[in-house]
Write a protein of this length. Structure first.
Length: 276
């Protein structure tokens, strides 16, 4: 069988299982099975597919049919131009979260705290982009901290990063120039509408705090001023309908310069403010 024939079969299987973007996923997983860059796939489609690659491809397609996310099958996800290890223990880093990183990089910082670090994608990207900085990542999940620690090592950032298992600030000492967080914010009502890739494969603790989805912001905004240096910034990612509520929480906590930014789709995505 040629790689092209294997691809056609795989697309049919994925479409029959109602997998969105079946053709793209089938191509990505074929390149992975063949151990080549995606850009080279078209060149090798007329070639015979070897037995080992064929078995590996069949396994990947079977996993995708069960709606396992492509990132879990590949074991990694690209975020801000770097590869991050991703498992079922962490949120799959989203392109939308790159806006939080861009926002953080608009002003200088030397010390950084990332609350709910997950894969470590925000903290480690900011450390990679700012070589003068050191940072701490906090997560309530030991399994997530293990993934973040592995990502720090593979990106060569283990000397400038530290990871702590904690309930938000409960195990945090000292003050930081910048606190960032992409906390769980999906409401209980929204949880039932999620795609199977998210609902069945990503950790619930990473997705929702239950109720109105705002409890993490209440805790983080109230405590953050005690952990920020003078003029220090707090930047959080939010759900599209949460801007007004989260900005009110920033005001109540005494932040200045409170601003909401929209993502590329025009949805409210990031709120930030700073101490006087
Ligand atoms: C939306 S995920 C964000 C992960 C990563 N920062 C990212 O942007 O891809 C939220 C993270 O917060 C963590 N988390 C949830 N509740 C927490 C708590 N009470 N204290 C610390 N971390 C918590 C979850 O384990 C999860 O890793």
């Amino acid at each position: 069988m040629t790689a092209a024939q294997a691809l056609v079969d795989a697309v049919k299987r994925l479409k029959a299982a109602n997998v969105p973007d079946a053709t793209n996923d089938a191509r990505v997983l074929l390149a992975y099975a063949l151990g080549i860059e995606r850009s080279r796939l078209t060149l090798v489609l007329p070639d015979e597919i070897g037995d080992e690659a064929h078995v590996s491809y069949a396994q990947s397609i079977a996993a995708r049919v069960t709606r396992q996310p492509v990132s879990h099958i590949l074991g990694q996800r690209e975020f801000y131009g770097r590869a991050f290890r991703v498992t079922a223990d962490v949120l799959d880093p989203r392109p939308d979260t790159e806006l939080l990183v861009d926002t953080a990089l608009t002003a200088p910082f030397e010390t950084l705290l990332d609350l709910g670090t997950g894969s470590g994608c925000i903290l480690l990207t900011l450390l990679a982009e700012n070589e003068a900085a050191t940072g701490q990542g906090v997560d309530c999940s030991q399994a997530a901290i293990n993934v973040a620690t592995a990502n720090a090592a593979s990106l060569g950032l283990d000397q400038r990063s530290q990871f702590v298992v904690a309930d938000w600030f409960s195990n945090v000492q000292g003050k930081f120039d910048l606190i960032v967080s992409n906390p769980p914010y999906i409401t209980a009502d929204e949880m039932v509408q999620l795609a199977p890739e998210v609902r069945d494969w990503e950790p619930k603790v990473a997705l929702t705090p239950g109720g109105d989805g705002l409890v993490s912001y209440r805790i983080i905004t109230a405590a953050a001023p005690r952990y920020l240096t003078a003029g220090g910034r707090l930047i959080v990612e939010i759900g599209a309908s949460q801007a007004a509520d989260v900005q009110t929480l920033f005001q109540t906590a005494g932040f200045d310069g409170i601003t909401c930014l929209q993502d590329l789709d025009g949805r409210d995505r990031v709120v930030f403010g700073h101490l006087a």
